[in-house]
Design a protein around this ligand. Structure first.
Ligand SMILES: [Zn+2]
Ligand SMILES: [Zn+2]
Length: 412
């Protein structure tokens, strides 16, 4: 298969893919991969296969194609191709929750001497790196990366990237419990979709709606949460977007749990868990197990709760997800207090505080914790973040954590 035919067949696959005939598109692309004699065409078709497998949640296949793509890029001896393929490798690892690897491949990307074309990828590299830091609960570094990604998006007028960063910022603020910001950023993403997204894939709309749903639930606006989550799920089902389906099911379950409707929550947690397991989203599995454990606690089935917590703890330790561990210790504390088991209770209190220390989850101004309850936060340009009220009453000294920057609020 020569250059022209390769190009034509890739295009044919794209059209099939865009009209939701995913399996047919994959067949066409796989044939190109097998038959083409054009290395640049091979590189492109691998890119298509990587994107498609990512969207379907087939992350292990995504990783396999990314590795082949790197070899192809080396053959082509083109720095732009090489950087793009390393970004794909980083992303595959991010999806598989291999956060340390993600960060190291992102650093490889950023150190590459590409041309201006590949410099435009820096924003996406920063986003992926930020997501990985978030998975490891290294919050300041995550925020630094998101801010960088946002700057690239603005400088290159890249609205799609901006939209994705806003969704990640939604996750960030959900985790450290500034629920106003957790809602603000996904709303901003939804606005971008409305204003610029006519030609975009619907997944951007679905993604922003999902993140809005999460924030609405945390704020206690359950009807709004339900509406956004339903909208997101509808698109996820139409597109066979398994990863998003799993997240929506988790969100539905959490909404029902918030309504104390445990019987409706359980089957949704189960469905979410089976997809999370199938696609290998271990971070998602921790969330599901946490939700289920909270349901058991509500039903006063403490031993069943502890069973799930143990599984979640193993996963969180494996991933290096410290915030997950913190939440689990917190839940255990309550359970052992109820059971009156003092020794276990003390163990978990100690471990809980170790997690807080490690994540530096306290405000450098008042010394109080961050992320324990809903609190308004503000980041400085150095990406250190504080209680908003502490910054407002603190005058104009430099950042109390690093002392290096002005007190002007950063824009995330
Ligand atoms: Zn404070
Ligand atoms: Zn600072």
């Amino acid at each position: 298969m020569g250059q022209d035919q390769t190009k034509q067949q890739i295009e044919k696959g794209l059209q099939l893919y865009q009209s939701n005939q995913t399996e047919k598109a994959l067949q066409v692309w796989m044939r190109v991969l097998e038959k083409t004699t054009d290395p640049a065409g091979r590189f492109r078709v691998l890119g298509c296969l990587i994107t498609a497998h990512s969207e379907m949640g087939r992350y292990k296949d995504m990783l396999k194609f990314a590795v082949v793509q790197i070899d192809t890029a080396r053959e082509l001896e083109d720095p732009d191709y090489l950087m793009e393929s390393y970004l794909n490798l980083a992303r595959s690892n991010e999806k598989l929750c291999e956060f340390q690897k993600t960060i190291s491949y992102c650093k490889t990307c950023l150190n590459m001497q590409g041309t201006t074309v590949s410099l435009q990828l820096n924003g996406q590299v920063s986003l992926s790196m930020g997501n990985a830091f978030l998975g490891l609960s290294i919050f300041q570094k995550a925020l630094e990366c998101f801010e960088k990604a946002l700057r690239y998006a603005h400088n290159n007028d890249d609205k799609m990237l901006e939209c994705r960063v806003c969704c990640s910022l939604g996750s960030f603020y959900t985790l450290i419990k500034d629920y106003e910001k957790a809602l603000f950023f996904p709303c901003k993403a939804a606005e971008l979709v409305n204003d610029y997204g006519k030609g975009w894939s619907l997944k951007y709309r679905a993604m922003s709606q999902y993140h809005m749903a999460v924030a609405y639930r945390k704020l206690g606006h359950l009807a709004d949460a339900m509406e956004c989550c339903e909208e997101s799920m509808k698109i996820a089902l139409q597109h066979g977007d398994r990863p998003l389906q799993a997240l929506c099911l988790l969100c539905f379950a959490d909404i029902h749990r918030s309504r104390a409707d445990i019987q409706t929550a359980f089957p949704r947690y189960d469905s979410s868990m089976s997809i999370m397991t199938e696609i290998g989203n271990r971070l998602g599995q921790i969330q599901v197990l946490l939700g289920v454990a909270k349901c058991w606690v509500i039903q006063k089935e403490l031993d069943k709760a502890l069973e799930g917590i143990e599984k979640a703890q193993e996963l969180a330790e494996g991933l290096g997800n410290k915030l997950g561990l913190l939440k689990l210790h917190c839940l255990c504390e309550g359970i052992y207090r109820t059971k009156g088991q003092q020794r276990e209770l003390r163990d978990h209190v100690v471990k809980f505080h170790e997690c807080v220390e490690e994540m530096e989850l306290y405000c450098g101004m008042c010394g109080e914790s961050i992320g324990e309850k809903n609190n308004q936060l503000q980041a400085l340009p150095c990406s250190h973040f504080f209680h908003l009220k502490c910054l407002q009453t603190n005058g104009t000294r430099g950042c109390p954590n690093c002392r290096r920057s002005s007190m002007k609020p950063g824009f995330v």
